[in-house]
Design a protein around this ligand. Structure first.
Ligand SMILES: [Fe+2]
Ligand SMILES: [Fe+2]
Length: 317
């Protein structure tokens, strides 16, 4: 069958809400878009372990330590599902990791900010995992089967992350004046970077229209950002805290909260590698990868031995 005919069939399947599976025909650009998006997502999960891993040894109680440990382990699991989903598109995991370690690949800019106090564990869970859920729930309906299925499980775990973060902040908000101030300070620092997680404005996001047409994305960046503002503007009231934006105001006509201007210079600067922790994060990833080399070598040697043994017994049979 010629390519034009195959592409026509592909478009028809997308229009019919069919799932595209690894062995199915897909246009090159669709494959490339997915490899980029899924690998960036996988890298974000893995790099995302670092800011919170920073606090595991300093959690204030056993209960908090267990919850944080479980959360950080979940993120490792998310990374693994996503690298696997990405490999179904015909790229090798080692190549993806090389792209991350060399600084060629991108990951979510939010993880280039430091976690300065214990309250940051609450703000990250509430806002960063909250933004991740907003982004990822629609991805459960993504047209590419392996990505959509991975997202179903990931989203269940993300909602636990978001709730543990909110509950942590709620506890601090009912504590001493110093604890309240620490919680408010964490919210102040994480709010704007969390809104930037949805990516550039729609007018500066040239690939959005095509991703929407392919049903990879179901909502635009600005639509998702607005949902996030609407949800958080209400939830922050339950905390008895405020969002660091004097322009947040309910707009009856729009049926949404209005909000202030995002500092896009900061966003692009962090993306370019000049955020507070870009260098530190890449160094930590490279170090972990290099120190794990012997594990990968041992696993490969074991797999080769097993294969040889199986071949031998097949011969004998
Ligand atoms: Fe995650
Ligand atoms: Fe998470």
């Amino acid at each position: 069958m010629d390519t034009a005919r195959l592409e026509e069939q592909f478009e028809a399947r997308i229009a019919a809400d069919d799932r595209i599976e690894p062995r199915d025909f897909m246009p090159d650009a669709y494959r490339k878009t997915l490899i980029r998006q899924i690998s960036q997502h996988a890298h974000s999960e893995i790099v995302g372990m670092l800011p919170e891993g920073n606090w595991i040894t300093r959690a204030p109680s056993l209960r908090r330590k267990v919850a944080l440990l479980a959360k950080v382990q979940d993120e490792a699991g998310h990374g693994l599902y996503l690298y696997s989903a990405c490999e179904t598109l015909g790229i090798d995991r080692s190549e993806l990791l090389d792209q991350l370690h060399s600084g060629k690949a991108k990951y979510s800019s939010i993880f280039n900010y430091p976690t300065l106090t214990w309250a940051d564990m609450g703000a990250v869970g509430w806002l960063v995992d909250g933004a991740a859920i907003m982004n990822q729930v629609p991805l459960c309906r993504c047209s590419y089967g392996p990505y959509a299925r991975a997202m179903v499980r990931v989203c269940k775990e993300e909602s636990f992350h978001q709730r543990q973060g909110f509950e942590l902040l709620l506890t601090l908000s009912r504590g001493t004046e110093a604890q309240k101030a620490m919680a408010q300070d964490a919210i102040n620092r994480w709010w704007w970077p969390a809104l930037m997680m949805f990516g550039p404005t729609d007018e500066n996001s040239p690939n959005t229209a095509r991703s929407m047409r392919w049903k990879i994305k179901r909502f635009t960046n600005d639509e998702l950002r607005q949902k996030m503002v609407d949800v958080c503007a209400e939830q922050v009231k339950a905390l008895g805290m405020t969002l660091p934006d004097p322009d947040i105001k309910w707009n009856e006509e729009r049926g949404h909260y209005d909000f202030g201007k995002i500092n896009w210079d900061e966003f692009y600067n962090v993306i370019k590698g000049n955020g507070p922790c870009n260098k530190e994060r890449l160094e930590a990833r490279n170090k972990a990868h290099n120190e794990g080399a012997w594990v990968r070598e041992a696993a490969a040697a074991y797999a080769a031995k097993q294969a040889a043994r199986e071949a031998q017994s097949a011969e004998a049979a």
